[in-house]
Design a protein around this ligand. Sequence first.
Ligand SMILES: CC(C)(COP(=O)(O)OP(=O)(O)OC[C@H]1O[C@@H](n2cnc3c(N)ncnc32)[C@H](O)[C@@H]1OP(=O)(O)O)[C@@H](O)C(=O)NCCC(=O)NCCS
Length: 182
Amino acid sequence: MIRAVPLADDLVLRLLDAGDAAALAAAYVRNREHLAPWEPAREDAFFTEQGQAADVDAQLASAVSGASVPLTLEERSTGRIIGRFTLSGIVRGPFQSANLGYWVDGARNGRGIATSAVREVLRMSRDELDLHRVQAATLPHNAASQRVLERNGFERIGFAPRYLKIAGRWQDHDLFQAILHD
Ligand SMILES: CC(C)(COP(=O)(O)OP(=O)(O)OC[C@H]1O[C@@H](n2cnc3c(N)ncnc32)[C@H](O)[C@@H]1OP(=O)(O)O)[C@@H](O)C(=O)NCCC(=O)NCCS
């Protein structure tokens, strides 16, 4: 069971909730330009409460199946969502592995928020989800994201040509992993 975890500055890292659609739509509207170069291309409907409600339903269904752990970073005093951190593609058996994706509100960048939230996600992955490994993929020029990974002990393990469709194009990625057990 994943419990909500308080971080610094009035922030809490917690599981996505069925009631988050309106706050998420507002967050994606605020961050549309900030996220566009780094995320899949989004239809206009994605930026509406209805669009987010459908996305939240899909994410929660995936979480119930054990394939993902969708987390949000909420500012407690305002109820604003200022980031998301998602473990997806969880595979058990001898792999015990997941992929990690994330973003932080552009107005809050450069304050160590992603670094501390990823640290907490790795702790959860090891102690509460019993994972062995977390993988992350970044565009080769995403220096800020790579810094977040390096500061959390991720190692670059390779280069994947045309790996993910980001901003409408199949783009090359650098692959990183964090091993959670000795
Ligand atoms: C990447 C992202 C999550 C970082 O969030 P953040 O809260 O600003 O991250 P932090 O403050 O914890 O750390 C950022 C680090 O990158 C560094 N950094 C920022 N911009 C940089 C740049 N252009 N070149 C090099 N380093 C950079 C910062 O200095 C900081 O490192 P430091 O603490 O050693 O000084 C945020 O910018 C974001 O959401 N970007 C858009 C979506 C995205 O790229 N998601 C990841 C996809 S793989």
